[in-house]
Design a protein around this ligand. Structure first.
Ligand code: IMP
Ligand code: MG
Length: 177
């Protein structure tokens, strides 16, 4: 029999909004007097990025980077590649990376190293969700929205095989018979 997917809301759109406001306030204070280069990691961060930057009371520039992904529900191999780079020069800039979720840590650990080679003044990481139980490599996360359980999550930008990104809530996706 074909299995069906079950969605259970973990964080509502309203809860996400409150967390985004809290993160934006922290970042606005931390970057006062600066003009950060905010880099969103595609595709998962696109909704979070759009909401976050609209709450930052700062001059800023933004760009996007895309990394190889590993599809739905599979383990990260730890081999990460840049498949679409930023265009904005980042040497000497205060870079803030915006990510949807840190899971094994392989992607972001690779990305932070990759960006460091471009000689920015600073690099910090803001992730909406942190799944610490899955961590394989340590990652310094500067700004965290939610700490989440070891479940596969979709919605608010996160996908499973490119579906569910448009859900307004963050949901747990389970296969049920
Ligand atoms: P990593 O395992 O930390 O390298 O995670 C890499 C990427 O996998 C994240 O940036 C997400 O885009 C995606 N990812 C990790 N966990 C989930 C999840 O629960 N749902 C959807 N995407 C996820
Ligand atoms: Mg991501």
């Amino acid at each position: 029999m074909k299995s069906k997917s079950k969605l259970t809301v973990l964080h509502t759109g309203e809860e996400i909004k409150a967390v985004v406001t809290r993160l934006a306030d922290e970042i606005t204070q931390a970057y006062a007097g600066k003009c950060p280069l905010v880099i969103g990691v595609l595709k998962g961060s696109f909704i979070f990025m759009a909401d976050l930057v609209r709450n930052l009371n700062l001059p800023l520039e933004l760009d996007f980077i895309r990394l190889s992904s590993y599809g739905c529900g599979t383990e990260s191999s730890g081999k990460v590649k840049v498949i679409q780079d930023i265009i904005t020069p980042s040497e000497g800039r205060d870079v803030l990376v915006v990510e949807d979720i840190v899971d094994s840590g392989y992607s972001i650990s690779f990305l932070l190293g990759y960006l460091q080679k471009k000689k920015p003044a600073s690099v910090k990481l803001c992730c909406l969700m942190d799944k610490p139980l899955r961590r394989k490599v340590p990652v310094p996360v500067d700004y965290v929205g939610f700490t989440v359980p070891d479940k596969f999550l979709v919605g608010y930008g996160l996908d499973c095989a490119e579906q569910y990104r448009n859900l307004p809530d963050i949901c747990v996706l389970e296969e049920s018979k």
